[in-house]
Design a protein around this ligand. Structure first.
Ligand SMILES: [Zn+2]
Length: 197
């Protein structure tokens, strides 16, 4: 096996340094001492949903945590640390939970597999699927199946916001209006990002 990907990445970095970085040297030097992002972005790891690219943001503007399915588990040390740092130290003003169309994690909620870790992780999103399927007639056509997943993707954003609110430091910051929480949804087909919560 020949590993060429790392060469591509290093070549890409050379291009970045000779174009973007050198041309905006003052901007990048200004980032050396500290970061002052105002937004915490909780999104999916999906390689097609790059938060900075789809929002036309610059380095230093968004504090980012991504994982499979844009999930926020309750009682999670990783998330508690991210939230504490973002709220208490960075003093962010907004938290975004961003779902997206065609999310493989939401499709995997239906899968029966031999995987060990993925189903355990996705248990944090099963409630979204349950809420959408409850009382609904089974989706049969491709259009109905696509619509069902879109509804689960939306519901999952709402569910993860509910999970965020179980962290006392978040609830307190929201109650005193120090931060706002937003649910966003990115459409791969149109490139549109919309506020759904
Ligand atoms: Zn996804």
């Amino acid at each position: 096996m020949v590993f060429v990907m790392i060469d591509n990445l290093l070549e890409g970095n050379k291009k970045f340094r000779t174009t973007d970085f050198q041309k905006n040297l003052d901007f990048y030097q200004g980032l050396v001492a500290s970061q002052k992002p105002k937004v915490l972005w909780l999104g999916c790891s999906d390689s097609r949903v790059n938060p900075e690219r789809i929002t036309h943001s610059c380095p230093g503007q968004i504090f980012i945590q991504r994982n499979i399915g844009n999930i926020v588990p309750a009682h999670d040390w990783n998330f508690a640390t991210v939230l504490e740092y973002a709220i208490a130290h960075l003093k962010i003003t907004d938290i975004v939970v961003c779902g997206h169309s065609g999310c493989g994690a939401m499709r995997a909620l239906d899968a029966v597999t031999d995987d060990v870790y993925i189903p355990l992780w996705l248990n944090n999103a099963q409630e979204a699927k349950r809420r959408i399927d409850e009382g609904a007639k089974p989706a049969t056509t491709d259009e109905e199946k696509k619509e069902r997943y879109r509804r689960i993707e939306h519901e999952n954003v709402k569910l993860q916001i509910e999970h965020i609110m179980t962290y006392p430091l978040v609830k307190k910051a929201v109650d005193v209006k120090k931060i706002q929480i937003h649910g966003l949804y990115y459409d791969l087909e149109t490139g549109a990002l919309s506020e759904i919560v």
